[in-house]
Ligand binder design. Structure first.
Ligand code: ATP
Length: 434
């Protein structure tokens, strides 16, 4: 299996992910997405949106603000409960999250730990020029609350009937005690969340439905089945308001870890917001003529964690023959940052012109690259390493019969295709049938 160091190194070398503020020595746990990383990240977000919003008649999207009225966090319980137990090693001074330790001593030096104390994970700042208690606001630690507080706005303006969902993608912030494992756990990250509102009593059915949907999404995008598993939370692990929760876990280099959580949150959130805001957040059921607070199923995924899982899953250091190896990312074409690279076989004007013409046409549709430098073999390898699924080469035959070769990244086999057929050929392979 690939190591995290190999992934970090590829990401830096090829412009996927850089350390934040690197020229100043970086900032702990902060990362910047480079030109290829941002394309890949956008693809993941678009594919999530497509499967969960665009293709579903029962889910709509929103984009709520990161700063919210602090009363939201009082109602949601975050001000009181969104805390992890933390302790310091009395010897080496390292800080640990004690709920993640198997024994109560320093995992690094074996030293004695201080008593654990609770540490709230929300980032605090001030709104406006005066830095006093009344100006305190928080950076949201999840996107979910922006959905709950807009429940009525969305339900009424879109005239939605239960069951229906609201989806959101956006940044969240948590002052994690022990960030690490590259982009797996950071203090600033992006989430993709759905709150799916259902009639109480149908919640278990919909919980199963969403677990299936979400697992299939990863499968459809090429994640290997043996690297994904479902883990149900034990009763002792469940948040007090949740009726059930499962994690979709991925086999990361540091072991099985959470990729996404899918919880049955009952009517906890809307009830709390109704109580704290004094607004009526019940739903009127036309069929039964009853008013009630819906239950909610919450599939909550991390953009960065998915991206990391897709990279790890796709990475191969492949031995081709006795003295030849290549690094290749077997990314699903829909996720790959660059869809195709266009090459003139040789640096000859007539080949270059034709290749550039093809490139100009394709870039209207997809992110593609043109490359004329180095041997054709080297050019293919550069693309393999960033996961470009197709290499389109213009040679002398192209000038005679308007055909090009298209090389498949994974099999390295080539087919001859008419120029007019390039778009449908690629489209068929890039499009995901959810
Ligand atoms: P963990 O147990 O790993 O701290 P969590 O159970 O607190 O995670 P949730 O609150 O369920 O996480 O958040 C939903 C999703 O958001 C997670 O499955 C993960 O993909 C993502 N996520 C949460 N915290 C972070 C973080 N610090 N960095 C990157 N992604 C995160």
């Amino acid at each position: 299996m690939v190591t995290m160091d190999e992934i970090v190194s590829l990401c830096k070398r090829r412009g996927f992910i850089f350390q934040s503020s690197e020229i100043y020595g970086g900032l702990n746990s902060c990362w910047d997405y480079g030109p290829l990383g941002v394309e890949m990240k956008n693809n993941i977000k678009r594919l999530w949106w497509k499967a969960n919003v665009q293709l579903r008649d029962d889910v709509v999207g929103i984009d709520s603000s990161i700063l919210m009225n602090p009363k939201v966090w009082e109602a949601s319980g975050h001000l009181q409960n969104f805390a992890d137990p933390m302790a310091d090693c009395k010897v080496c001074k390292k800080r640990w999250r004690t709920d993640q330790l198997s024994e109560y001593k320093c995992p690094e030096c074996g030293g004695e730990l201080t008593e654990p104390r609770m540490f709230n994970l929300m980032f605090k700042t001030f709104m406006g020029p005066v830095e006093d208690e009344s100006a305190v606001v928080y950076l949201r630690p999840e996107t979910a609350q922006g959905i709950f507080v807009n429940f009525l706005n969305v339900q009424q303006t879109m005239r939605k009937k239960l069951p229906f969902g609201i989806a959101q993608i956006g940044k969240s912030f948590r002052n994690e005690i022990t960030p690490g494992n590259f982009i797996f756990r950071t203090r600033e990250f992006e989430q993709m969340e759905i709150e799916y509102f259902v009639k109480p009593g149908t919640d278990e059915y919909w919980h199963k439905h969403w677990i299936e949907q979400r697992i299939n999404w990863y499968y459809k995008l090429g994640i290997r089945k043996e690297n994904i598993r479902i883990r149900e939370h034990g009763k002792d692990e469940l948040a007090h308001y949740a009726k059930a929760c499962v994690d979709i876990e991925y086999l990361f280099p540091m072991g099985w870890s959470e990729l996404e959580g899918i919880a049955n949150r009952t009517d906890f959130d809307l009830s709390r917001h109704q109580e704290h805001s004094g607004q009526n957040l019940t739903y009127f059921d036309d069929e039964t003529k009853q008013r009630y607070i819906p239950y909610v199923i919450e599939p909550s995924a991390g953009v960065d964690r998915s991206l990391l899982a897709f990279l790890i899953d796709a990475y191969e250091n492949q031995k081709i023959d006795e003295n030849d190896t290549r690094v290749v990312l077997h990314l699903h074409p829909a996720i790959a940052p660059v869809k195709a690279a266009i090459f003139p076989l040789l640096k000859k004007e007539e080949l270059i012109n034709k290749a550039k013409e093809i490139y100009s046409n394709l870039k209207y549709r997809w992110i593609v690259q043109y490359d004329e430098s180095g041997s054709i073999g080297r050019r293919y390898r550069r693309q393999d390493e960033i996961g470009t699924p197709f290499g389109i080469t213009v040679d002398y035959q192209t000038l005679e019969d308007n055909t090009v070769t298209i090389r498949d990244r994974d099999t390295m086999e080539q087919v001859r295709v008419h120029i007019e057929e390039i778009v449908p050929y690629l489209e068929e392979k890039i499009e995901v049938k959810f």
